[in-house]
Design a protein. Structure first.
Length: 468
C-alpha cells in the first residue's frame, strides 16, 4: 500500500471529536496569529504586485483578498493571502516540518471554507490534520532536506495544505491519496531566494498548490499513488537515496499530535526565527543596563548556531527584507531601541543613521557547540564591549514561544494580533475579530468571520514597503 494511501486513511478518519482540547486550542491560536500577520502583510509590496499580475482588482469570487474588500476565486485568494501571511516573516513555524506551516494552511483553509461553506470547527480540524501531515513527512526528510537548500515551507507545506483541504472538503480516501500524490509534482522552493519577495511567494504558491491538488482530485484528476516512494518520486528526487527515512512517518501519527507537542513556534519579533535567541539576549542586556548609545559601543559579538547563521549572516542589509535575515541588524536594533518591531522593517528603516553607526561593529559567528541533526539549535550569546572597556554578556538557550511547553503569554499573543491587524482594520473591527476567534469553533460559517476583516477603506490608502 502506498504511503499516500496510508496517510489518506489517517487524514480522512480524523474527526473533531478525536482531537484533544489542546489541539483545538493551538489550532485556534494558529488561526489568530496567522490572520494577524496576514492582515499586516497584506499592505506589503509582494502581495500587491501579485494582485496586479493576476488582475484581481475587479474583485469577483467567494474568497476575501485580505487587506481589501475584494473577493476572488479560492485559488487566487490562497495564493495572494498565503504570500501576505509570510511577507513579514512574522508567522509561526513547525520544527519537524522545518518551516512555516500555518502561513500555508490558514490562507488555503479560509479561502476554501468561504468558497464551500465550511464552519470554524471544520477549519480547526483540518488545520490539525494538515499540521500533522507536514510534521510527519518532515520527520522523514529533515534536516538533510533543508540543509540541501530546499525551503520546507513550500516543498513540505504543500502536503500539509493538501491534507488539510482534503479533510475540510471531506474527500474520500482515494481522492485524498490522489491529492497527496499530485502534490509531489507541485512541491517547489529554494532557500537561495531568502531575503527577497520570492520567499513569501513560496508560501502563497504552496497554499494554492495544495488546494488545487484537492480540487483536481475531487473532480477525478489522476496521479501516481506511489509518487512519494517511486525511484523517481519525491523522496529520491528531493533528498536522494540514503538521505531520508520514511519508516517513522506513520508510527507516531497523532501520538501526540505535533501541534500539541512540541507544537508550533510563535514569533515575538518580525524577523527570521534564527535571529530570535540573539535578539532576546540583546534585549536582556537592555533590561539590565538600558539601551546602548551607538558611539559608546566598540564591538558587539553574536554567536548563534551555524545552521541558522547560514541564512542570517548579512552584515550590510540594504532593504527591509534583507534586514529580516540579518542577525547583525536585528541585534543592533534590540540594543539601540530595546525592542524589535514591524516599523524596523519598513521602507528605508535599514538606513537609520544611529543604526548605521552601530551596524559595522556587530560581528556574527557560529557558536562552538556542535549539534546533532535532531537537536534544536536556537540558542545564542551576545557580548557588548564599550569604548571604556566595560563588557556585558547575555545568553539564551531557547526563545520564548519555541514550543507549546514554553508559550508566549496569551495576552501578548493578542497584543501581537492587535498590532498587526491595526495596520488594516479600525480598532473596533480588530476587537470584533478577536472575539470571533475566541469562539471560532462555534462559527457556523467562516464567511461570518472574514466579513469582519474587510477594511472600511481601500487598501491603496495604506503605505507599503516596496523595498527589494
Amino acid at each position: 500500500m502506498s504511503l499516500a494511501r496510508q496517510l489518506a486513511e489517517r487524514i480522512t478518519a480524523l474527526h473533531y471529536e478525536d482531537l484533544p482540547p489542546e489541539a483545538v486550542y493551538w489550532s485556534r491560536i494558529a488561526v489568530m496569529d496567522t490572520v494577524g500577520v496576514m492582515l499586516a502583510g497584506a499592505i506589503e509590496a509582494a502581495p500587491r504586485i501579485l494582485e496586479d499580475v493576476l488582475g484581481l482588482h475587479a474583485g469577483s469570487g467567494p474568497s476575501l483578498i485580505f487587506g481589501t474588500r475584494r473577493r476572488a476565486s479560492a485559488l487566487d485568494a490562497a495564493l495572494v493571502n498565503g504570500t501576505a501571511a509570510h511577507a513579514l516573516d512574522f508567522d509561526n513555524t513547525a520544527d519537524l516540518m522545518g518551516g512555516h506551516v500555518s502561513a500555508t494552511l490558514v490562507p488555503a483553509l479560509l479561502a476554501a471554507a468561504e468558497a464551500f461553506g465550511a464552519s470554524g470547527r471544520e477549519v480547526l480540524l483540518a488545520h490539525a490534520a494538515g499540521f500533522e501531515t507536514g510534521a510527519r513527512i518532515g520527520s522523514a526528510v529533515n534536516y538533510y532536506h533543508t540543509e540541501k537548500g530546499w525551503h520546507p515551507t513550500a516543498t513540505l507545506g504543500v502536503f500539509a495544505v493538501a491534507a488539510a483541504c482534503a479533510r475540510l472538503l471531506k474527500l474520500s480516501v482515494a481522492e485524498t491519496e490522489t491529492a497527496l500524490a499530485l502534490s509531489t509534482s507541485l512541491a517547489a522552493g529554494t532557500k537561495a531566494n531568502f531575503g527577497t519577495m520570492t520567499k513569501p511567494l513560496h508560501a502563497g504558491q504552496c497554499a494554492r498548490g495544495g488546494l488545487m491538488a484537492v480540487l483536481l482530485a475531487r473532480k477525478g484528476f489522476t496521479a501516481n499513488p506511489g509518487a512519494f516512494e517511486h525511484k523517481q518520486g519525491f523522496f529520491n528526487v528531493f533528498n536522494g537515496a540514503g538521505n531520508f527515512d520514511a519508516s517513522g512517518i506513520l508510527e507516531r501519527w497523532g501520538a501526540p499530535f505535533d501541534i500539541v507537542a512540541p507544537g508550533a513556534s510563535y514569533k515575538q519579533y518580525p524577523c527570521c526565527y534564527s535571529t530570535h535567541a540573539a535578539v532576546e539576549a540583546a534585549l536582556n542586556l537592555v533590561r539590565e543596563h538600558g539601551t546602548f548609545d551607538a558611539p559608546a559601543v566598540a564591538r558587539v559579538d553574536s554567536w548563534t548556531p551555524a545552521r541558522g547563521l547560514a541564512h542570517t549572516d548579512r552584515p550590510d542589509p540594504h532593504n527591509a527584507l534583507e534586514a529580516k535575515f540579518s542577525v547583525q541588524y536585528c541585534v543592533a536594533r534590540a540594543l539601540l531601541h530595546g525592542k524589535v518591531v514591524l516599523e524596523h522593517f519598513e521602507s528605508d528603516a535599514c538606513y537609520d543613521p544611529a543604526l548605521r553607526v552601530l551596524l559595522p561593529r556587530v560581528h556574527a559567528a557560529a557558536s562552538a557547540k556542535q549539534y546533532a541533526p535532531s537537536d534544536n539549535p536556537f540558542d545564542a550569546e551576545v557580548r557588548v564591549t564599550l569604548t571604556d572597556g566595560k563588557v556585558f554578556c547575555a545568553s539564551v538557550d531557547q526563545p520564548l514561544g519555541r514550543t507549546a511547553a514554553t508559550p508566549v503569554a496569551p495576552a501578548q499573543m493578542k497584543a501581537k494580533f492587535e498590532n498587526c491587524a491595526q495596520r488594516v482594520l479600525a480598532p473596533d473591527a480588530v476587537a470584533a475579530a478577536l472575539r470571533a476567534i475566541d469562539a471560532f469553533e462555534d462559527l457556523d460559517s467562516v464567511r461570518e468571520f472574514t466579513t469582519l476583516l474587510e477594511p472600511s477603506i481601500s487598501r491603496s490608502a495604506f503605505p507599503t514597503n516596496r523595498a527589494a
